[in-house]
Design a binder for this molecule. Structure first.
Ligand SMILES: Cc1cc2nc3c(=O)[nH]c(=O)nc-3n(C[C@H](O)[C@H](O)[C@H](O)COP(=O)(O)O)c2cc1C
Length: 217
C-alpha cells in the first residue's frame, strides 16, 4: 500500500474484532515504529504491550478509576478554546453522533468508558517516556505514535490513541510495574477493525489547508 493511501485511509478505530494479533505482527509494527526520528536519536520511548487476561484486568482497573474520579478525555487546554478550535471539536463529535444514536449510546459515556476499555481491542499499548527528558521530548512520542498508527493500518490493523490513560497514571504504573523514572504518556488500542460497527463508518473532517498553512515569503 502506498504511504499516501495509508495516510488517507487511517482513522481512529473504536470497535474491534476479538481476534488476537500474532506476536510477530505486533513486532513487525514496532520494527517500523522504532524507525521514527527522535531528538539526537535518543529514542526516549518504551512501549508496553498488554494483551489477554492482563489487558482485561487493566481495562477493569481503568473503568473503576474512571468511575471513582471521573477524569474524562479532555483536550488538555489551558483555558476556554477559541471558537475556531472548539468548532473543530464539535465537528468531530457530530461525525460520530449518527452511529452513537444508532447504538443508543451517549458521546461522553462511549468515549470515556470506551477509552478505559481500549474499545475492547485485544491489545493495549502503553507508551512511556523516560522522565529525565523535558516536555519537549513528548514530540518524539508523538512522532512514534504517528508511525504506529500508520504502520498498523498498512497491515490491516486499527488503532485509537488513548490519552485518557495518562489521567490514571498512578494506577496504571502500579498495575504494570512501571518504574518511577518512566512517565506514562498515552495508551493505544490495537486490533483488527470491526468494519460492521457503525462507529467505524465515519471519518473526522479536517480544517482546510488555508486555515492551518501560512506562507511567509
Ligand atoms: C494524543 C491523543 C490522545 C487521544 N486520546 C483519545 C482518547 O482518550 N480517547 C479516544 O477515543 N480518542 C482519543 N484520541 C483520538 C482522537 O480523538 C482522534 O485522533 C481525532 O478525533 C481525529 O480522528 P481520527 O484519528 O479518526 O483522524 C486521541 C488522539 C491523540 C493524538
Amino acid at each position: 500500500m502506498k504511504l499516501d493511501q495509508v495516510i488517507a485511509e487511517r482513522k481512529s478505530i473504536r470497535a474491534f474484532k476479538k481476534d488476537p494479533i500474532p506476536r510477530e505482527l505486533i513486532e513487525e509494527v514496532f520494527q517500523q515504529v522504532i524507525q521514527a526520528p527522535s531528538a539526537l536519536n535518543l529514542q526516549p520511548w518504551e512501549f508496553i504491550v498488554v494483551s489477554g487476561e492482563e489487558k482485561e484486568r487493566l481495562s477493569r482497573l481503568l473503568l473503576k478509576s474512571y468511575q471513582e474520579r471521573k477524569i474524562s478525555c479532555s483536550p488538555g487546554a489551558k483555558g476556554p478554546l477559541p471558537t475556531e478550535l472548539s468548532s473543530r471539536g464539535e465537528q468531530s463529535v457530530a461525525t460520530l453522533k449518527p452511529a452513537l444514536d444508532e447504538l443508543g449510546l451517549s458521546f461522553d459515556a462511549f468515549i470515556n468508558e470506551g477509552s478505559c476499555r481500549f474499545y475492547d481491542a485485544p491489545v493495549a499499548i502503553i507508551c512511556c517516556m523516560n522522565k529525565i527528558f523535558s516536555s519537549r521530548q513528548y514530540l518524539c512520542i508523538g512522532v512514534a505514535l504517528g508511525y504506529l498508527t500508520l504502520a498498523a493500518h498498512a497491515r490491516g490493523l486499527g488503532t485509537c490513541p488513548i490519552g485518557l490513560v495518562a489521567a490514571y497514571e498512578d494506577q496504571v504504573r502500579e498495575f504494570l510495574n512501571i518504574p518511577g523514572d518512566w512517565e506514562i504518556v498515552l495508551g493505544v488500542a490495537l486490533g483488527y477493525p470491526d468494519r460492521s460497527s457503525p462507529i467505524n463508518r465515519s471519518k473526522t473532517p479536517r480544517a482546510p489547508l488555508g486555515k492551518v498553512l501560512r506562507w511567509f515569503d
